[in-house]
Structures are given as structure tokens and as C-alpha cells.
Design a protein around this ligand. Structure first.
Ligand code: FAD
Length: 387
């Protein structure tokens, strides 16, 4: 297993160097969906890394998945975004789906034939997930769904949207929520009662779509409630377990982006001269590099620790929260320092720092903001150290 994992990580590193790095700036500038890259990722088997072998995947662990995400993000952060919501969907179906759901979805997901989007957020509910309003009402063999979902990454090209909806009015509200496996043709903006109502223009994270999705009396078969009848009302808890994986993904991509910014900077600092010597010879620059290198290393260790805990099957919201908080804030800090080290060239689109600088802030917002991570971490630490 370890040898297969190492081989795959090496393969992905080579793929990133050959196929992603040379094209990233052009795709980013055009904000173009990289269809060719997605096809090559399918050929490499990257959409099935953690899917069990019996369903056609590679059956690898989340630690390997995180290493692969780091490598892809090193080349272009958007590419790691194709995997995140997809693997949250694979995790949910594998962990909580019925036998029929596992057999029906996972083989097609492992090949990338269908890719998954993950939908919690709404226009008026992001951090406060329990405030969602999208409602599914049972009508015979279907649920009829109405509402507006927001910020769906991969929301246009996905063939499956794993969606949290309200199925009952309860107190507290999260007990009345379920997860629907909403199928649609990938790439089609309108299907049944679904309309991809807009693609959101973003600061960075280009080339991958983030959309608003409107549901107007859209019918979903009752067989598509995650977990079947016994999954009704369990959706909030299911989604929170997938969020642990999403936070590991964000930590890994933050490490990838930060490592790239650090490596670009340490090279540039030895090439660029000022006041008669390489700027790396000035102690002020060395101190920056020292802090950047140390924090990138620490972020990777936290990310790997969280992934190992997820692999063990244990609850890992504390570790994933710590990794996500530290890695995302580190990434943003390292990108700012990289811009300073590059001087004017850090601000120029010919150098990769400008893109990394625009991509980095997504990590401090996506999968829960830093404030929300601190709430989760604080709550869990107080449980652990309760007197
Ligand atoms: C590019 C992008 C892609 C995304 N992809 C997806 C996706 O695929 N699927 C999906 O479901 N969502 C997705 N999201 C949504 C993302 O998860 C939310 O934006 C995020 O959780 C924050 O929610 P919000 O934007 O509603 O901010 P709000 O919840 O409105 O928060 C605004 C501010 O208030 C702070 N705040 C809120 N509550 C508290 C509190 N209790 N204490 C202290 N501070 C607080 C927040 O930290 C933040 O600083 C995406 C977002 C972006 C930007």
C-alpha cells in the first residue's frame, strides 16, 4: 500500500510539472474550465483514489489523498478543487449510503464519469448551516425540492449534487435535515426544476466554476435520500463528517500553494541582487524565508496528523480544524511575504506570485472561516480539558 501510494504521489508530481504548471497562468487569465486537464486526471484514476477497490477505485487512504492534493495545488490551486467536493461526496456515499447507493454511484464516481458537488451553503446561510431554508417535501415516491443553494463549487459540471435540505421543522433545526443525492447531467445549466442561475465571478480560484443553483419543484426519488429511510433527519451530522475531509483538503491545498510561494521566493532571493549582493544575503530576507519555511513545514505536519486521524476512522474535527486554521492562515501569510520578496515582480502577472496571492484567501473562507475553526477548536479543547 505504502509503495503504491508513493508511486502515485510521484506520478502526480510529474503530472503537475508537465501538464499543470505550464498551462496554469493561461487558464487562470482566461478563467477557462480546463476540460483537457480533467480528462487527463480521469485517465490517471485521480477521481477514484479513496473509493474502495470493489467499486473500481484505488482504495487508498486519506493521507495519500492529502499528499496528492498538495502536489496538484502546488501547480494550480483550482485543480485541487475538482477533487474536494467529489471526494466529500464519495466519502458520504461510502460511509452512509445504502448498498444500492454505493453500487449505483461509486463505480461511476471512481472513473470520473460523474463528478460530485457538495452543497450546504445558501444566500443567507454559510457559517450558520442550521439556518438553511431549502426544503424537500415528500410526495409519493419523490421529494419535491424548492430553494436556492449558493457557492456550489463544480456546480455546473457535476453530475451529482450532494445537497443538505430541510425535510422537517424541528427544534433544534439541524435534526430535521437530510442529504439528497441530486442527479443532473453535468454541464447542463437547466434540468428538471434545477437552474444553475449564475456563475460567481471571483478574485482567484479561476477556471473552476462556483455557482448559485435554484430549485423550483425539482423532483428527487425517495431512493436518493442518503442512507435511505433511516437517513431521513440524519443529514446535518453526515455533512459535518464530510466537512472534516473538506478541511483536510483545504489544509493540503494551502500547504501546496504556500510551498510553491516559498520555493519561488527562495529561488528568486538568490537570483535577485540589490546593494551589491543577492537579496538572500540580507538578513531581513533570510528571516522571512526562515519563518516561511518553518510554517509551511508545521502546516504540513498538522495536515498529515489530521489525515491520519481520519484514516483511523475516528472523529477528527479538532485536528482537521487546527490543520485548516493554521495551514490557511500560513498560506495567506506566506503569499504576502512572497510578494514582498519579489518586489515589483510580485505584483506582475508574469510571475506566479500574483496568482498565488489571489488564490490564497479562498482557503481562509472555504470549508468554514478561521473564526468558525476557532469556535470548533475551542469547544473541543474545553471538552477535552474539562475540570
Ligand atoms: C470560492 C468559494 C467556494 C465555495 N464552495 C462551496 C461549496 O462547494 N459548497 C458549499 O456548501 N459552500 C461553499 N462555499 C461557501 C463557504 O463555505 C462559505 O462562504 C463560508 O462557510 C462562510 O460563509 P458565509 O460566506 O455565508 O459567511 P458568513 O457566515 O456570513 O460569515 C461572515 C463573517 O462572519 C463571521 N462569523 C459568522 N458567524 C460567526 C460566529 N459565530 N462567531 C464569529 N464570527 C462569525 C465569519 O467568520 C465571517 O468572517 C464556497 C465559498 C467560496 C468563497
Amino acid at each position: 500500500m505504502a509503495a503504491v501510494a508513493d508511486e502515485l504521489v510521484d506520478l502526480v508530481r510529474a503530472f503537475t510539472a508537465k501538464e499543470i504548471i505550464p498551462l496554469a497562468a493561461d487558464y487562470d487569465a482566461a478563467d477557462e474550465y480546463p476540460a483537457d486537464l480533467v480528462e487527463k486526471m480521469k485517465e490517471l484514476g485521480l477521481f477514484g483514489i479513496t473509493v474502495p477497490e470493489e467499486y473500481g477505485g484505488l482504495g487508498l487512504d486519506y493521507s495519500t489523498y492529502a499528499r496528492i492534493v498538495e502536489e496538484l495545488a502546488y501547480g494550480w490551486m483550482s485543480v485541487s478543487g475538482f477533487l474536494n467536493t467529489h471526494f466529500m461526496g464519495c466519502f458520504l456515499i461510502n460511509a452512509f449510503g445504502t448498498d444500492a447507493q454505493r453500487a449505483g454511484f461509486l463505480p461511476r464516481m471512481a472513473t470520473g464519469e460523474i463528478r460530485a458537488a457538495y452543497s450546504l451553503s445558501e444566500p443567507d446561510a454559510g457559517s450558520d448551516v442550521a439556518a438553511i431554508k431549502t426544503r424537500a417535501v415528500r410526495d409519493g415516491d419523490d421529494y419535491v425540492v424548492n430553494g436556492t443553494k449558493m457557492w456550489l463549487t463544480n456546480g455546473l459540471h457535476a453530475g451529482l449534487v450532494v445537497m443538505l435540505v430541510k425535510t422537517a421543522d424541528t427544534d433544534p433545526p439541524h435534526r430535521g435535515m437530510s442529504v439528497l443525492l441530486v442527479e443532473k447531467p453535468g454541464g447542463e445549466p437547466v434540468y428538471g426544476g434545477i437552474t444553475v442561475s449564475r456563475q460567481i465571478k471571483k478574485l482567484g480560484y479561476k477556471g473552476i466554476e462556483t455557482v448559485e443553483l435554484h430549485l423550483d419543484d425539482h423532483r428527487v426519488p425517495v431512493g436518493n435520500v442518503l442512507g435511505g429511510e433511516s437517513g431521513v433527519g440524519m443529514g446535518f451530522g453526515y455533512m459535518m463528517q464530510a466537512v472534516e475531509l473538506g478541511r483536510i483538503n483545504i489544509s493540503a491545498r494551502a500547504v501546496g500553494v504556500a510551498r510553491r510561494a516559498f520555493e519561488e521566493s527562495i529561488r528568486y532571493a538568490q537570483e535577485r541582487h540589490a546593494f551589491g549582493k543577492a537579496i538572500a544575503g540580507h538578513q531581513a530576507i533570510q528571516f522571512k524565508l526562515a519563518e516561511m519555511g518553518t510554517k509551511v513545514h508545521a502546516a504540513r505536519l498538522l495536515m498529515q496528523d489530521a489525515a491520519r486521524k481520519k484514516d483511523s476512522g475516528q472523529r477528527c474535527d479538532l485536528e482537521a480544524g487546527m490543520a485548516k486554521l493554521f495551514a490557511s492562515e500560513t498560506c495567506w501569510e506566506v503569499c504576502q511575504e512572497a510578494l514582498r520578496i519579489h518586489g515589483g515582480n510580485g505584483y506582475a502577472a508574469e510571475y506566479p506570485i500574483e496568482r498565488l496571492y489571489r488564490d490564497a484567501p479562498l482557503m481562509i473562507v472555504g470549508e468554514g472561516t478561521s473564526e468558525i475553526q476557532k469556535i470548533v477548536i475551542g469547544r473541543r479543547l474545553l471538552e477535552e480539558y474539562h475540570i
